[in-house]
Write a protein that binds this ligand. Structure first.
Ligand SMILES: [Ca+2]
Length: 380
């Protein structure tokens, strides 16, 4: 006990003495506060530096997360879209219409199993839309590209938009990046068209049909480029003359325009065996040449088809100014039944005219080598 109190006493006494003799060295209240502030300022400054270093890291992590999510979403969108295209195109019965392979905002129309005509295209909001024509709805997007490239069954190097020869469709679409965080992503797929290959064209010409019975040809001259009725000219070819237009062989039926100021005309009338509602397409082809002997007159010939609904000829193709033998051709698709008519309701009428009139004694000859009409049937 005395020992302890002695020790305590001595410490206490020493402290008090020190304080008494040297008061400035003793810790005061004010001194304690000053030290804490400095420490706090230093601490705050250090924290600011640390946060300044760490925060961008957090932002980076968050950006990376967001971009991964957006990219994943884009890939998901793309896969769903491509799967949709592939599934539906593979079930197409026939292609009705398709955009050129160079078109980046392309479209395709096709007939499905239920005879609905469906369509893929890019909507106004840049989404890909799909549905039966007249009621399309958005599938996925936005896309910056939707491109259809079609081929026939034998040639995969030259794209075609001839819907009757399309057997294979390639689709390419690019989903636009969602904001600055993602990149554009391009997806592609392809599909074989099942049944177009089983739809051969039905061909009518002057070799396979009965001349003067269900296929007719007439020649004559005319001032204007084409008549306003489907019965001019009316002078039918004889048997020897028909021989010239049976086969595409360089032997011709030649109509030589007899009068000054007129053109040569040939009218071809083909009676078909199909009902007009079963005709998907009419493809008319004429091979021959128009030769005008006058140097200032135009050579060549033009092919027309009679529209039975509008009662007028429509130009299919003009050969241009050439004396050479040419093939002019033209197709009528969705409105094909308008070009089938006549008394028996099964007639297609074509007209070929010289591109220019006869002048003076210079010859104006219309040579016909071959004519045919092909039909793409629609099967039930
Ligand atoms: Ca011939």
């Amino acid at each position: 006990m005395p020992k302890l109190s002695k020790v305590n006493d001595s410490y206490m006494v020493q402290y008090m003495r020190r304080r008494k003799h040297n008061p400035s060295k003793a810790p005061s209240k004010a001194g304690l506060r000053a030290v804490t502030l400095v420490e706090m300022i230093i601490a705050v400054a250090m924290m600011a530096i640390i946060f300044a270093t760490i925060l961008p890291l957090f932002a980076g992590i968050r950006n990376s997360w967001d971009s991964k999510q957006a990219n994943a979403e884009a890939i998901q969108n793309g896969r769903v879209l491509i799967d949709h295209l592939n599934r539906n195109l593979s079930k197409a019965v026939r292609i009705v219409s398709v955009s050129d392979s160079s078109q980046t905002d392309g479209y395709i129309e096709f007939e499905d199993n239920d005879s609905n005509t469906c369509r893929y295209d890019i909507a106004a909001n840049n989404d890909v839309e799909f549905g039966v024509i007249g009621s399309l709805s958005d599938l996925a997007g936005p896309v910056s590209q939707l491109r259809f490239t079609c081929y026939d069954g034998n040639d995969f190097s030259h794209p075609t938009t001839d819907v009757n020869s399309v057997r294979f469709v390639k689709v390419q679409t690019t989903l636009a990046g969602l904001g600055a965080l993602t990149q554009d992503k391009t997806f592609s797929t392809s599909a074989y068209i099942r049944t177009n290959g089983n739809v051969p064209r039905i061909m009518y010409d002057y070799y396979t049909r009965a001349q003067g019975t269900n296929v007719f040809a007439y020649s004559g001259e005319h001032g204007p480029k084409f008549p306003s009725d489907p019965t001019t000219p009316s002078s039918q070819l004889n048997s020897a003359e028909y021989d010239g237009i049976e086969v595409d062989d360089g032997s011709f039926y030649v109509y030589s325009v007899p009068s000054e100021g007129t053109r040569g005309l040939m009218r071809f009338v083909v009676q078909i065996d199909q009902r007009e509602g079963r005709v998907g397409q009419i493809i008319a082809t004429w091979t021959g040449k128009g030769v005008n002997g006058h140097p200032q007159r135009t050579d060549g010939a033009s092919l027309y088809i009679w529209n039975y609904d509008n009662s007028q000829y429509e130009l299919l193709q003009d050969s241009g100014n050439t004396e050479a033998e040419v093939t002019v051709t033209g197709t009528r698709g969705s409105q094909a039944p308008s070009y089938i008519g006549g008394a028996s309701g099964n007639t297609i009428t074509l007209l070929v005219t010289s591109n220019d009139k006869r002048t003076g004694w210079k010859v104006n000859n219309l040579y016909t080598d071959y004519v045919k009409v092909e039909l793409s049937p629609i099967y039930p």
